[in-house]
Each structure stands twice: as C-alpha cells, then as structure tokens.
Design a binder for this molecule. Sequence first.
Ligand SMILES: Cc1ncc(COP(=O)(O)O)c(C=O)c1O
Length: 377
Amino acid sequence: MKPIESLIKDNIKSLKPCQHGAEVHCAAQESGFKPQEILDFSSSVNPLGPSKKALDAIQEAFVEIVAYPDSNSNVLRQTIAGHLNGITKDNIVVGNGSTELMYLFAEAFLKRGEKALMAAPTFGEYERAVRKTGESVKFVRLDKSFQIEAEAFKREMTGCKLVFLCNPNNPTSKLIPKDNLTDIIDVALSQDILVFLDEDFLEFVDDEKNRSMIPQICKYPNLFVLRSFTKIFGLTGLRVGYGITSKEIADVLHCTKIPWNVNCLAQAAAVVAIKDETHLQITRELIKKEKVWLQTELSSIQSFSFTPPDANFFFIDIEKTGLTANALKHRLLKQGILIRDCSNFVGLNEFYIRVAVKTHGENMRLIEAFKRALKPV
Ligand SMILES: Cc1ncc(COP(=O)(O)O)c(C=O)c1O
C-alpha cells in the first residue's frame, strides 16, 4: 500500500488543523485544573448561557432522538423568518453552526482558478473554507486602527469571485462603518461578486437593527448574511447557525449541504431561544454594563493598549508588557483563566490577546489575574 500521504488530494494536504479559542480541555490538561474549573474568556459567547426555556425545549425534544431530524429545518426556518421583516422561510438556510455555511458557500460558488477576498486579521474559518475547495485567498490588511480601508478593499476585490466580511470583526471587535459596508457591497454587485457578510456578533451591538444588512437582502442579490445561535443565544455546543439570502442562493446551499445537518435537539432549542426576548434583553444589559466596567479596569493596566470594543470582547495589544500573548496566556492559565492568544490570526504579530465580557464576578477574577500575572517576578 502506498503511504496515505501520497493519496491525499492536494487541497486537503495543505490544510492545517483548526485552532480556535475555547480549548478548555487542552487547557485543563496543561494546568491541572478540571475543565469545569477553568474560566474561559477565549470564547465570546453569552456568559449567562442559553435561555432556560430553550433548555426545557431540549429536554422535551429527547423523545425525537429516535427519528431523523427534519433535514431542512423547516420549523426553525419559519420561526426565524417570522422574526424578520420581509423575509420568508425560502430566504433562510440553517447550518451545523454558522461555520458550516462558510464551507458550503465556498464549495458551491468557487470555480477552478477563482479567488476569495478577506481582511487580515479576521475569523480564520473563511480562509480554511476557501482552501478546502482548492482555490485561493487574497488578504487586504486592516489599517492601523484595525478598520477596513474601503478604497483598498474595493481595488483588490476586482477579479475576485467572492468576499468575506465580518461585522463586527473577530478578533478586532470593530464594526465596519455603514457607508463603507454599503459602498463595498454596491461595487461587488456591479462586478458580479458575491458577499458573505458574517453578523454573528452583531446582536451584541447597541444599534444592531440599524447596522444589520438583513433588510437589504432584496436589494442585493449577491448578499449572504450570516447569523448564529452560538453567540448571544449561548447554544454553543449544539451547533446551529443560519444565513439570510436570496431564494436562489438558499436553494443552492440546500442542495450542497449534507442531509440532516442540524440535529433535532438543536432545532428545538433554537426555535424557542429566538423567541425568548427577556433572556436576550437581560444579556444585552449585562454586557453593556460589564463592558464599561472592564473598559475602566483594563485601561488602568498601563501596559495594555486597546480602543473601545464594538462587540462583546476586548482586543488588546500587550506588547508593552514585555510578554508575548502565549506567555501571558500561560501565566493566566496557572490561575485557571483561559484567554485567546491571537498570534495565529493572519496579519497579527505575537502581541495580541482577546478576552470576552463575562459576568461581574468573573470579570473581577480576570482583572485580578491580569494584575498578578503582570507583577514583576
Ligand atoms: C466571526 C465568527 N463567525 C463565526 C463563528 C463560528 O460560529 P458558529 O459556532 O456558529 O459556527 C465564529 C466563532 O468563533 C466567529 O468568531
């Protein structure tokens, strides 16, 4: 038998293993803490967890486990559409986490030799989704304040088949100014370029409704807007996300995906979670208050540099601490706290970290741990 390596397709051979935040199990092994003892600031999800009503719905759905789930998540798509003006179930596609939809989009639309454009730094799965198809990626560096330079982005966009945008962006926690965003989508439309716009963190932003491009779906047949039940809804481990787009694009992705991609418990929980306005409101108020508190506390650490975040996480330049992100991460892990070392994001050096906004007691522990970790030894 030939070595397995010689049998792998070239585009698959060049893939590297996924690396993200929330590596709680690895962190537990390394630190000696139990996974449930680790305070995870590397994953920017609802610190209150999911809605109680969604958890009850999961229990009620246990009886459905004996059967296949609805392959096209019809009830969930109908429920999501009911929450959005002018959108029908035909405009919605549901994925196994919103990540599945990135991969489906690239797989469905990138033909041989075509390129996808994205910012650097941004969420790493867009690049992997493109590379998995065997096609190539072009990056446009964000400017010094970690904003997209619209002119440069539009210039580089010419000749690309699709662009990935993240609003607000991970890991920088910055919104794309609305004028720049619509300008980029307008130019893309005029050049037949598809736009995959990730709004997974937008529900944490104050003027979400004004910022979202979902109401523009009818105007832009080239636009796909991504949302997730992972972030504000806190259904992280269940894996469910969705896209809002034209019926044509939704139909293509329904044909591209595997059957039964979203399990019955995830569908049942998401249907209830999206209706629990009270839980969302409590979460937003908590995040708003804690962001202000963390902003003050983090600013008092002289060796940290950052600008106010738009999303529910802080992106911090720690170069002045004299430590790399990896070294600081390990000092915090000794205290049972996990942060995101951002050095594997394209376009960043080894001096950036990302921390989520959590509950007050947890945020206090983070600040104390930072201060301890930064004390001269
Ligand atoms: C910007 C962004 N989009 C999408 C995802 C993945 O979300 P999901 O859990 O819905 O696959 C992440 C995860 O960190 C993210 O940061």
